[in-house]
Design a binder for this molecule. Sequence first.
Ligand code: NAD
Length: 502
Amino acid sequence: MAEHRTGQVGHFINGQRVNGEGGRKGVVFNPTTGEVQGEVALASASEMSAAIEFADRAFADWSQINPQRRARVMFRFKELVEKDIDNLARMISSEHGKTLPDARGDVQRGLEVVEFACGIPHLQKGEYTEAAGPGIDVYSMRQPLGVVAGITPFNFPAMIPMWMFSVAIACGNAFINKPSEKDPSCPMRLAELMMEAGAPAGILNCVNGDKEAVDTLIQDPRVKAISFVGSSDIAHYIYSEGARHHTRVQAFGGAKNHMIILPDADMESVVNQLIGSAYGSAGERCMATPVAVPVGDKTADKLINMLRPKVESLRIGPSTADDADLGPLVTAAHRDRVKRWIDLAIEEGQELLIDGREFSLQGYENGFFMGGTLLDRAKPEHKSYQEEIFGPVLQIARAADFDEAVALPSKHQYGNGVAIFTRNGAAAREFAQRVNVGMVGVNVPIPVPVAYHTFGGWKRSGFGDVNQHGPEGVRFWTKIKTITQRWPEDVQGSEFVIPTMG
Ligand code: NAD
């Protein structure tokens, strides 16, 4: 099949691809070659407003369709995405730089949430209490909100939009996706496939843009809820602006996930899993493992001895190579930022064990590549430890004992994921209970919960109190209405005190 080339990307609004009218554009790179491979329209406020209007009109009918029919659209969408998975993976890989198998995984993890959303007739059922009082029954129902939106990051252009829109649309909402301007082709294609699956025009729109488009979504009273995933400062901005405009917001931010390695852990397994979770997708995953915490110096030395040859022999290649472990970073600007974090870590006193800053891939010298970097002796007071680096960089933060190992991720500003590797069940259990982080892996390096549980970090990794997908997703994309009813044969007299059921 032909390689993907971005070309000119507009928007998908009210069931069709349209060119951007505003004239402002962003560039889309091919990170493997470093070339500009296309341009993406950046929507003006009036283009976004027009999309909201179409979505609002489409909502009126869609919200009245019975949930089984909405589920059938999801079933068909799942089949269409499965058929198109290689094409979608090529789009992702060429614009993001992740390897093709990893890009397929991105689509696959999104599809799992679509599968979950196929169960919407059951998931959206309300509750009923018979005879809550004399002749009184009470029931509650979950109704869709109206026009809702997703603002998504560059690093999972398939999975994260699907987390959001599959549940939102299945619940009866009309959705506007504002994807990352760095890799817009896959979200555009997903909107097209949703139409093909039978969703009416206007139910899934893809409007590309930047701050102007995002601010329009937040400020428009027709937009009832926004789900955001991206960096923490923007997450916080959207969360607080949403509150000011009375818009429901869940906003997930950055991460700095730790892997705790107790002395009794199976070190072979630790190293094999750590190498993938630290360096896979060039470290550009919010559930990557950028910090390893070996407990005790003996464990640290053993870890480093076994890890070193594996980091040195990482296969770095074009995103299309079958045998690459990782590809390039998303842009040159981001790669340069990652390098500056390494410079700072060295200035702060960390020991540079393997330096990936000078790596260049033969034949792809203009690509945004970096080698794997390994740093030892990161400390809580180091800025390069406190902040997210989001690159192929693993920092080792040695802990003297179990308590210190629990304290490191617990006191960190981010609280997305954490993992512990041990053979000791009691220690793992205590760790899972005590650690101040939202998602915990026990001998699992990337504890992304399955679609029917929920995804969400704590502290500066998540603003708002309702998680992504699973039952929490249904809660986020619906509002609850509770009806207290009595059908008396004859109502006599008036009551002036608050009714009680006792
Ligand atoms: P980003 O914050 O730069 O962009 C995310 C979205 O916000 C994009 O759609 C972008 O167009 C928009 N945006 C950017 N600047 C904006 C502004 N000033 N005002 C309004 N909107 C703006 O994030 P990114 O670089 O695309 O993605 C990487 C980040 O996302 C990392 O921090 C990573 O940890 C995080 N992430 C978090 C999770 C999670 O679930 N917690 C998952 C994936 C990625």
